[in-house]
Design a protein around this ligand. Structure first.
Ligand SMILES: [Zn+2]
Ligand SMILES: [Zn+2]
Length: 250
């Protein structure tokens, strides 16, 4: 009897502190409950507890009275990798789905140096932004937004993911920041991006090529010749040489 009581006591104390630790790190965002605590480089929310690292999702399920067995994995059906709302979690047989998603995502990116643009190699929308289908058709679809979420966590409410490099197909987390729509408009006007319809064309160029265009343009080579050589419009060449686009180049 004594054993049963103390076991019960131990169990409630442990559960309570786990719940407290967990709930302090969760914020409601729309339909989702989003993890604000530690996130691994693979984009998985984790909670250190009693010397072990628990995944935020398995803790969420445990606190809701559902259990994940060894080898099972909770997958967010809403498509938000940091969502820990039990109703949005579906137990699958291994970590394949979400790990696959993250790996597949980065496999479509040409990763370069930390300061260079990392261009999206798969489908781009007409404005030049990369697209990646979310799991089960829900969640973020724009590649740069997904890259932001996987690297920094949820996009702050009411904010957008903006490119410091003004290069829509770029998904280098170092070139992404969150900001308001108003800032974005000011940015666009400042960079005169709104007058160009060259987004997909521009996406054809990689940093090294743009760098070459900049160097040769500044050395006085003809715009038309460079445009022909690189298969882009004269406007694109002028944009680079006059430092309106690709402004992160030096
Ligand atoms: Zn959710
Ligand atoms: Zn970039």
């Amino acid at each position: 009897m004594v054993v049963a009581v103390s076991f019960f006591h131990y169990n409630t104390v442990v559960k309570k502190s786990l719940r407290e630790l967990f709930e302090k790190r969760v914020v409601r965002q729309g339909e989702c409950a989003v993890w604000q605590g530690l996130v691994t480089t693979r984009g998985l929310g984790v909670l250190p507890f009693r010397g072990t690292l628990r995944t935020a999702r398995s803790v969420a399920l445990e606190l809701a009275g559902r259990k994940t067995e060894r080898g099972q994995y909770a997958h967010p059906t809403c498509g938000n990798p940091l969502c820990v709302k039990p109703e949005h979690l579906e137990v699958t047989h291994c970590g394949k789905t979400a790990k696959d998603y993250v790996q597949r995502f980065w496999s479509k990116v040409e990763k370069r140096g930390p300061y260079e643009c990392w261009l999206w190699q798969a489908y781009c929308d007409p404005r030049g932004y990369g697209r990646f289908p979310p799991p089960k058709g829900r969640g973020e679809q724009q590649a740069h937004r997904i890259a932001y979420v996987l690297s920094f966590g949820p996009i702050p409410p009411g904010q957008q993911v903006l490119h410091k490099c003004d290069n829509p197909p770029c998904v280098n987390p170092n070139h992404l920041r969150s900001g308001t729509d108003c800032e974005n408009q000011q940015d666009k006007v400042a960079k005169r991006r709104h007058v160009f319809g060259e987004r997909c064309r521009l996406a054809k160029l990689v940093d090294a090529q743009a760098q070459d265009i900049l160097r040769r343009g500044l050395a006085g080579e003809r715009t038309g010749k460079l445009a022909q050589e690189y298969g882009v419009s004269k406007n694109t060449i002028r944009g680079i040489v006059k430092r309106r686009t690709w402004r992160h180049l030096s």
